[in-house]
Design a protein around this ligand. Sequence first.
Ligand code: PYC
Length: 321
Amino acid sequence: MAQQTLSVVDSHTGGEPTRIIVAGGPDLDGPLSNRVQQLRNTADYIRTSVILEPRGSDVLVGGLLTPPAASDCAAGIIFFNNVDYLHMCGHGTIGLAVTLAHMGTLQTGSHQFDTPVGVVSATLHDANRVTIRNVPSWRYRAGVSVEIPGHGPVTGDVAWGGNWFFLVSEHGQSLTLDNTDVLTRFTEAIRDALKRQGITGADNGLIDHIELFDISDSADSRNFVLCPGGAYDRSPCGTGTSAKLACLAADGKLQAGETWVQESIVGSAFEGSFEAVEASADLPTGVGPVIVPSITGSAWITAESTLFLDESDPFRTGIQA
Ligand code: PYC
């Protein structure tokens, strides 16, 4: 084929962009967790051409719309970024619901989406506002110290919120938008040190998101979240806010049904709350409590486009190192 085209709809959720492939993607089958492997092994160029320059940027999160494997779901979705596939993406799921509403295929009300880590639900309140009910989330380890070269020890919690996070409250950094270069280098150093020191999530899960917290004038907390590919999340990060709620629940600092407002580094906010659920038998003993987080945020459509992947284009599949 001389030229392949992909139809995409772009949105942003609290400033963080999402690009959903709504037509032209590959046919995949089986459970969503298998489809990620199929995509990675047979059509990773879809991810790279949509996300990498010259069509995308490191900040962008992509999503491939695919028919759901679970019959009670409105759609299946596989999220990815500039380096790999995400297990789940909270801001992206809010963007997905707003995208489908924009396309006229999702009405206000509650819907379920199939993801590689389980079914999540999304309640579309209006054209822009969405509440997602995320996968069960929990703290794995508390008060883990890691030695950062040139800085000293940093202590944080390891928690699952749909991705693995290291959450740090005591860090001595200024969480302001004019300090993101410093924050990026600092959190990358934490992520590298965790890897070097063999600190992981359960089942050796790679901790690829680092989250710093500070006080906020207008919310319960402000955060800075380093994403796996080195960009920082412009939104408060849906899976990161879920991990935070799990830690608050574990410390008894937030009760089921109470609202937590998480502000991002750019000043956008998510409202979070949780319900407590029974731990499933496959979780390591002693972790938890296990919660099901709900995250509310707003997204806006920014573009509808056709991407051209021309065989004669030397950067057809993106600029790769
Ligand atoms: O909102 O969960 C999220 C997310 C993960 C990476 C970027 N955003």
